[in-house]
Design a protein around this ligand. Structure first.
Ligand SMILES: C[S@@+](CC[C@H](N)C(=O)[O-])C[C@H]1O[C@@H](n2cnc3c(N)ncnc32)[C@H](O)[C@@H]1O
Length: 463
């Protein structure tokens, strides 16, 4: 479709460039292809087939083909697929029909704005439509090619929706100049978008080191969380925000403070646990819709984040009532060969749903665990048949446990409780509960500690 060999663009580099400039250069063959499809020399006769191709063009596929994975990962360049973009546009249909203004702080090639513009009201002619759209749509991205692609795609869409053919070359510059609300740059260093009626966002999902003194996090944290906090800090009253976010912000223990902050600044309009972001990106996401609200008198609404966390039935207790939950303390690459010799349990030598057999030995000078106990693999996905994959450790030797395992140790040392737990952890009820509470690939001790188990079964068993 276009020249995928973007190395030419890279060869043009005269001096070392930052990753966003490289990404922008790599994407430029796609922008050239957009221009080729959009623009015609001279009169505008012919069919509008090429504009239809342009409007339907797969900007996401182009980014995946043209920009190396390492650069996409470092900047969170994972464009929103049609399904999620259409879902968001549908949820904003009232705002769209009212001609509200929309800003995307990390707009990429404009997938979210395009989905909105597909049903955005038109004026009597294409110029008037573009004059209005130029004021009603805005965005920002680190990558220049992405911002240009967004504007070109909006222009193409307006032309196509007016039943027009291609854009005369000498008019294109004028149309591009109408889109004054777009900027190339770092959104986190700007104050852009605060006056818009609605913000739509699929911010980068990488990690950044937050500045000291940030009250809701320290050290490395989710960049998407930083984006949302920034959007809300500068938002005008009643500004709406709809964002695609990684599940860890909804379910992760370390983002509890972030969630409280959001609750204090907004009314939560809806929260949709969507599932996997796309076929090629194995991260589960949710779609959060908020309204900036300065009253800040919202009651605690944590059940909105994790709807499955309903009150315990009187027949159930939390797993932590009977079991202590710990992360295995052995970090394999930090083993120094010092300490006592002990059997070494890893995710590889823990047989699923059965009893651990003979183990190799290592020297370890950290905490060892006395059997009986259950271990659960720390990593699993909501798409796995069993979210919790337990193994039982018996015997009388202290065991060194790898940090890819979570340890569930009966508080009273009862083997029978371990056997009951092994059975209960594979039930569909618990599977569904864990998936509803957290769709992150890494299970946390808190998620496991909070599981409801049937009290009677454990009350009755002996040592
Ligand atoms: C997950 S993509 C989403 C793009 C687009 N909103 C969409 O939905 O398809 C995130 C985008 O954020 C951009 N980005 C990363 N860091 C940024 C920053 N600090 N300021 C502005 N844009 C940034 C990346 O270039 C990328 O295009």
């Amino acid at each position: 479709m276009f020249n995928l060999n973007a190395d030419e663009a890279l060869n043009r580099l005269s001096e070392p460039k930052g990753p966003h400039e490289v990404a922008s250069d790599k994407y430029s063959p796609f922008v050239e292809k957009l221009l080729e499809l959009l623009v015609v020399e001279g009169s505008v006769v012919g069919c509008n087939k090429s504009l239809t191709a342009l409007v339907d063009i797969n900007a996401t596929w182009a980014a995946e083909e043209l920009i190396p994975n390492s650069i996409r990962a470092s900047q969170g360049i994972f464009f929103t697929g049609d399904k999620i973009a259409e879902k968001i546009a549908r949820s904003l249909s009232v705002d769209i029909s009212k001609c509200s203004s929309f800003f995307d702080p990390s707009c990429g090639a404009g997938n979210l704005l395009l989905a909105i513009a597909k049903s955005y009201p038109l004026k009597g002619n294409v110029l008037d439509t573009l004059k209005v759209w130029g004021l009603k749509f805005g965005g920002c991205d680190l990558n220049e090619s992405f911002v240009l692609a967004t504007k070109l795609r909006l222009i193409a869409l307006a032309f196509q929706r007016h039943g027009l053919y291609r854009v005369p070359k000498d008019e294109l510059e004028g149309y591009l100049n109408l889109f004054k609300m777009f900027e190339v740059g770092d959104y986190l260093e700007s104050n852009l978008g605060s006056d818009f009626d609605c913000i739509v966002a699929n911010p980068p999902f990488g990690h950044i080191v937050v500045p000291e003194g940030l009250e809701w996090s320290s050290g490395r944290t989710q960049q998407a969380g930083v984006f949302i906090a920034k959007i809300l800090d500068i938002a005008k009253t009643c500004q709406k925000l709809t964002a695609v976010l990684p599940d860890v912000l909804r379910s992760g223990t370390r983002y509890e403070k972030w969630r409280r902050r959001i609750e204090n600044q907004t009314s939560i309009l809806s929260l949709d646990v969507h599932g996997r972001f796309s076929k090629s990106v194995d991260v589960d996401v949710f779609i959060l819709s908020l309204m900036r609200d300065f009253k800040a008198d919202n009651p605690l609404i944590s059940e909105k984040w994790q709807p499955a966390k309903t009150k315990l039935s009187s027949k159930c207790v939390k797993l932590s009532t009977f079991f202590e939950v710990r992360v295995g303390p052995v970090v394999p690459h930090r083993l120094l060969g010092a300490g006592v010799s002990a059997p070494y349990l890893t995710a590889h030598n823990s047989p699923a749903f059965s009893v651990v057999a003979k183990l190799p030995k290592i020297n370890f000078n950290g905490t060892l665990y006395a059997p009986p106990f259950v271990v659960v693999r720390r990593t699993s996905s909501p798409s796995d048949k069993f979210r919790l994959v337990p193994s039982l450790v018996k015997g009388n030797k202290l065991v060194a446990v790898e940090n890819h395992l979570l340890i569930l140790k009966p508080r009273d040392g009862s083997l029978e409780k371990c056997l009951l737990l092994m059975e209960e952890l594979r039930t569909q009820k618990i599977n569904d509960w864990v998936n509803a509470v957290s769709r992150c690939r890494h299970l946390t001790t808190k998620t496991l500690a909070d599981i409801d188990i049937v009290r009677d079964r454990y009350d009755q068993c002996s040592l």
